[in-house]
Design a protein around this ligand. Sequence first.
Ligand code: SF4
Length: 210
Amino acid sequence: MNTAKIVYRYKNGLYINLTNKCPTNCIFCIKHLWKMQFHKYNLDISKFEPKAATYINAIGEELKIADFKELIFCGYGEPTMRLAEMLEISNAIRAGKIDGLRNDFKIRLNTNGLGDLINERNIVSQLIGKINTATISLNTMDPEQWLHLMNPLEKYREKGFLSVLRFIEDCSKNLDETTITAIDNLGADIEKLNILAEKLKINLRVRSKL
Ligand code: SF4
């Protein structure tokens, strides 16, 4: 297998692969089906998780190769499992420590929304000024269906769904842009997701299963 990538490119973005750890095992996750590959990249960092400084250096090196329009914390794992590293990398960017990268560069978090429960505190206050946008894989407004689709670890089953909803609401109030996502052919009531999106004035993106 090719060397594991800690940062990788997709469309116009540079993606930061922070971890393979995840509190959910979503039934639509492609990481097992694609054997931890994403297109030409190997995202298997299960045996090593680099420090923030290594990512900061890797982002700078990528910038020397070619431009990108957005930085996205997203890999085959939940980025908020490594909140401290995510914040350290974002802080370095906001402090202008990466040559050639503006300190207001757009940074997005792709997440399953369980960051508060994972870190045992409200984390959105720490994201303000660092993360511009959050894309949250909500998938359904039905708590039972959420358990089925997201298949969380035991520790997250009881409080997970409500915690994700609260996280989404916090993001909607504090970040520049918030998007909830769902997959169109898994039986979820998309209209109910739409009602939530309209109420919170956030985006809903419905995609097809890969
Ligand atoms: S949250 Fe993402 S990485 Fe984790 S199981 Fe779901 S799809 Fe896979």
